[in-house]
Write a protein that binds this ligand. Structure first.
Ligand code: UT7
Length: 332
């Protein structure tokens, strides 16, 4: 179905948020002790100073990404006062799906006890939630959907090489969800997505499944300094692009919710936009880098803490493997 050109403009708006963190909380001290047993040397001081991370959550062996997503989704539905049966679109952003196929979104749909609505995964690594929200917004504005569940969920602990101290201290598991509904008023004001596949090798899990076996290396590889350098530049340009599209100024932003990878990148972005650091939502200290889950997790935590309130203007920004990046500017 496409929108009738004569019909009034149709927008999308977030009406509920939810999130979930696995019970197992691993502090830097816990991780440092575990790594020491393997002969891998790190310290709480290095991790905090270089990344801002103090703790992360790791999933248990029996849980899949769709399990984490289901809890976050139910919490977002409750916040929006909707039932699973009200949903007509499910998009899950993840790089750690339950299986090769079907999508985690289809598995989640069944776990929510519903059937029939469109359900698919988006794979844009740490930019995944911004990609998924942009797609859901476009589908709602064109009339293809009216009430969407948009979820970022990851179990990155399963991709980590615990002999590589430069990556294994960075990531965690979790899920965040929003309900996005059709609205007469915006809502989502502007979106911006980008990718540059020439940089695929700087952050990747190069393995795949072939002939009944894992072919290639199934563990995460990252050239941290290269990712850092690219991230700082693209986050500023994506922010300025959505502000320009929406006719807003950086000073209009109440809250900046960037992908939670490294506090130094996040603060650098805020400074470039001349935003005071108290407008920066920070959960990387407690969650680590949860890839596609980090933005909706941070959003939900700040909403439930009463910091983010209806009517405020939020800038969400993702950046990560691909290389991918993007931004969404919205009024809550
Ligand atoms: O989620 C997608 C987006 N991802 C990101 O945005 C990540 C971007 N990159 C980063 O956040 C940072 O580059 C890191 C946190 C990954 C690394 O910080 P850095 O300041 O760029 O450190 P580095 O990689 O240049 O390493 C500096 C030193 C090295 O030692 P030498 O060669 O100077 O002697 C590393 O071996 O720190 C050492 N090092 C560690 N030391 C203790 C690396 N990891 C550790 C560790 N503990 N865990």
């Amino acid at each position: 179905m496409t929108a009738n050109p004569a019909s009034p403009p149709r927008y999308s708006r977030i009406t509920g948020t939810g999130s979930f963190l696995p019970a197992r909380r691993v502090t830097n001290a816990d991780l440092t002790a575990e790594l020491a047993q393997r002969g891998v040397e790190t310290s709480d001081q290095w991790i905090v100073e270089r990344t801002g991370i103090s703790a992360r959550h790791f999933v248990d062996a029996d849980s899949q990404v769709s399990d984490l997503a289901a809890v976050a989704a139910r919490r977002a539905l409750a916040a929006a006062a909707l039932q699973p049966g009200d949903i007509d679109l499910i998009i899950v952003a993840t790089s750690t799906p339950d299986m090769v196929f079907p999508s985690s979104a289809c598995i989640l749909q069944a776990k929510l006890g519903i059937a029939g609505c469109a359900a698919f995964d988006v794979q844009a690594v740490c930019s995944g939630f911004v990609y998924a929200l942009t797609v859901a917004d476009a589908m709602i504005r064109t009339g293809s959907a009216s009430r969407a569940l948009v979820i970022g969920a990851e179990v990155f602990s399963r991709l980590l090489d615990f002999n590589d101290r430069s990556t294994c201290v960075l990531f965690g598991d979790g899920a965040g969800a929003v309900v996005l509904q059709a609205s007469d008023t915006p809502g989502i004001l502007a979106t911006e997505l980008h990718a540059d596949g020439r940089h695929a090798g700087i952050l990747c899990v190069p393995g795949t499944v072939s002939g009944g076996q894992v072919s290639g290396d199934p563990l995460l590889k990252m050239d941290g300094p290269a990712v850092f350098k690219l991230a700082v530049g693209v986050l500023e340009s994506a922010a300025r692009a959505v502000l320009a599209k929406a006719g807003r100024q950086a000073s209009d932003i109440d809250w900046l919710i960037p992908h939670q990878a490294n506090i130094r990148i996040m603060q650098g972005t805020a400074k470039k936009l001349r935003l005071p650091l108290d407008k920066l939502v920070v959960t990387v200290d407690q969650h680590g880098n949860t890839s596609a889950a980090s933005i909706p997790l941070a959003l939900d935590h700040a909403v439930r803490a009463g910091r983010i309130r209806p009517g405020q203007t939020l800038l969400l920004e993702g950046v990560g493997g691909g290389f991918t990046w993007g931004a969404v500017l919205l009024d809550l």
